[in-house]
Design a protein around this ligand. Structure first.
Ligand code: NAP
Length: 253
């Protein structure tokens, strides 16, 4: 295929020019990552409904000079769970975090789950995301990340999702959840992919819980973007292999 995928470091102040460059150079599209996922919205011509609600874009497609914004994180996360045999439908989901990735997952999981509880260090952001979801007609609540709230909410949770950056390299010994609150009959999904097995996943594996690492979501969100640009379904197993290799031979299922 006549494409190349390359990385550009874009300064915050130069984002407008960078995006105009994407149009001017007639690129097929780009991925957008931290810290530009939210600020890029104002430079686009069209937003996918999902990206508009989430308020963040990770994929831009250029169609005859028209810049279209999408967010593939949520669906990528859901696909990763499905691939591991975890069906969110009817589950009580406890989602940790209220940043860009958490918002994408919240909008994807909330319509399927029986209830979704958003817990975040900055409580205001959790409450505000939960109210948005409620306004859509979904069963959602928000709260803080304290041990007592975690204990109460995790007692009957079916799926715990970590969408905070806690446990990410270099703070690999940190976990957002004390290990005594994890149970064997819950599934634990950590979207952090560096390291592949985070402290949270290690603790969850030790109590016998079903665990899903962040590599599947990373691969799937990328695969969906690839299809948006090229119309071609990429080989996900090849992508996964390349990701795991790049993450220094980290352990992954
Ligand atoms: P973000 O928008 O900056 O959000 C970060 C979130 O983490 C916020 O909820 C923040 O809480 C919380 N947080 C950060 N440090 C914390 C701490 N010490 N204690 C408690 N909470 C803390 O970032 P993001 O884009 O959502 O990314 C979050 C993580 O997901 C990153 O590790 C990223 O690599 C990973 N990610 C993975 C994939 C994948 O494909 N697997 C995709 C996207 C992101 P406050 O609101 O209180 O600051």
């Amino acid at each position: 295929m006549n494409y190349v995928y390359v990385a550009f470091k874009v300064r915050k102040k130069a984002l407008r020019e960078a995006i105009e460059g994407v149009r001017a150079l007639n690129m097929r599209g780009v991925n957008v990552t931290i810290p530009h996922k939210i600020s890029v919205l104002s430079f686009l011509d069209w937003l996918d409904e999902n990206a508009e609600k989430i308020g963040a874009v990770n994929t831009i497609v250029v169609d005859e000079g028209v810049l279209r914004g999408y967010n593939t994180d949520g669906v990528g996360g859901l696909k990763a769970l499905v691939e591991e045999g975890v069906n969110v439908e009817g589950m009580k989901v406890v989602l940790l975090g209220a940043g860009g990735a958490a918002r994408a997952l919240a909008y994807t999981f909330a319509p399927l789950a029986s209830e979704i509880v958003i817990l975040n260090r900055t409580v205001r952001k959790a409450l505000s995301l939960a109210s948005e979801l409620e306004r859509e007609g979904w069963n959602a609540r928000g709260g803080g990340l304290s041990e007592s709230v975690l204990g109460r909410e995790l007692r009957d949770a079916d799926l715990l999702v970590n969408a905070t950056s806690v446990g990410m390299h270099p703070n690999v010994e940190e976990s957002p959840v004390p290990s005594n609150l994890l149970r064997s009959d819950m599934a634990v999904f950590d979207i952090v992919y560096n390291p592949v097995e985070t402290r949270l996943l290690r603790d969850a594996r030790r109590v016998g819980a079903k665990t899903v690492d962040g590599v599947g979501m990373l691969v799937n969100q990328g695969a969906i973007a690839f299809k948006l640009w090229t119309g071609v379904e990429p080989p996900r197993d090849v992508m996964r292999e390349a990701v795991v290799k790049a993450l220094h031979g980290g352990r992954s299922k």
